[in-house]
Write a protein that binds this ligand. Structure first.
Ligand SMILES: Nc1ncnc2c1ncn2[C@@H]1O[C@H](COP(=O)(O)OP(=O)(O)OP(=O)(O)O)[C@@H](O)[C@H]1O
Ligand SMILES: [Mg+2]
Length: 291
């Protein structure tokens, strides 16, 4: 009989005979200044489109908000990464295989995870999490705001996406996030959610960009894309489905696909500048050590 661990390994493993070296998982952190602007909606649908395109994708819920990813994806979770770190659960007990190529890794508030700076725990954790090394992408849904631990996730990620909506308070908070994050990331991506048109998105981007250019040194702010305010998106969230599944040809889904294409294009043209292993165990270890 197959064990749980084997099953997870089978699911995550690359279809190709992978005797070749480990893949480099790309870590994409999604954040915002203000809460409730669509981080989780974007995270889940971005991950969904990537997985539909054949990539192996992990969705790491590092946020404890109102609409958690388990709710959005309509799956049940009991334990999370903290239990694995503490040795109270096995990784394969907490990872949820949502659908082909898409895996949810339930998180905890960063504060809790970051307390566990213990060599002994790490070693076991590395072994456990090796099964995730075949993932192409890890999408991290972080909490809102510029709290200490969210910043660590942003620093550790390869790419950071800041989400905002057009309301001025949200834009001010997004700018504050961009400013702080620019200390550790020379390139920051922006997604403008709930915009009426791409024209509106561009105008908002121009505004933020101007202020950023005047006040922040050496930052490249990239408009990754926008999403319309759409009843369909709200409806899908309510019925716990993904709008990219419900209406794959809708304008909103096309916008998400554009965001995915921009992101993949950028990553294909970027040589990741670290040679060390980008396994999930190492990712979490680097976070905890910086704490
Ligand atoms: N483009 C959109 N059109 C319509 N409704 C949207 C859109 N984006 C998000 N929403 C709605 O806004 C609400 C908040 O979205 P979401 O939970 O993704 O935000 P969040 O930034 O993750 O929030 P939190 O900070 O609480 O984690 C949801 O109820 C969702 O239905
Ligand atoms: Mg959220």
């Amino acid at each position: 009989m197959q064990t749980q661990a084997n099953k997870l390994q089978e699911l995550v493993k690359d279809g190709t005979q992978s005797t070749k070296k480990n893949k480099q998982t790309k870590y994409i952190a999604i954040t915002s200044g203000k809460g409730g602007v669509g981080k989780s909606t974007l995270s889940a649908n971005l991950a969904n489109v990537l997985s539909t395109n054949g990539y192996k994708v992990g969705l790491f819920d590092a946020d404890i908000g109102l609409a958690n990813l388990d709710v959005i994806l309509n799956v049940r979770i009991e334990k999370n990464i903290l239990h694995v770190l503490k040795g109270e659960a096995k990784l394969e007990d907490i990872v949820v295989s949502v659908k082909k190529n898409l895996f949810l890794i339930p998180g905890e508030s960063g504060d809790e995870i970051l307390k566990y700076n213990d060599q002994f725990l790490y070693e076991r954790f590395f072994e456990e999490t090796k099964v995730l090394d075949d993932l192409d992408f890890m999408i991290i849904d972080t909490g809102a705001g510029i709290g200490g631990h969210t910043q660590l996730f942003l620093e550790a990620a390869d790419e950071v996406i800041v989400v905002t909506v057009p309301d001025p308070a949200a834009i001010t908070d997004a700018y504050a996030t961009i400013k702080i994050t620019s200390k550790v990331k020379p390139v920051i991506h922006l997604v403008l959610n709930m915009t009426k048109s791409s024209k509106e998105a561009e105008l908002i981007y121009d505004k933020i960009s101007k202020v950023a250019m005047a006040n922040i040194k050496n930052l490249s702010l990239n408009l990754l894309g926008r999403l319309p305010e759409d009843k369909l998106i709200a409806k899908s969230i309510k019925q716990r489905t993904l709008f990219t599944d419900d209406a794959p040809n809708s304008l909103a889904s096309q916008d998400i696909k554009r965001i995915v294409n921009n992101l993949v294009y950028r990553l294909e043209h970027k040589v990741l500048n670290n040679n060390e292993s980008r396994g999930f165990g190492n990712f979490i270890k680097s976070l905890i050590e910086k704490f």
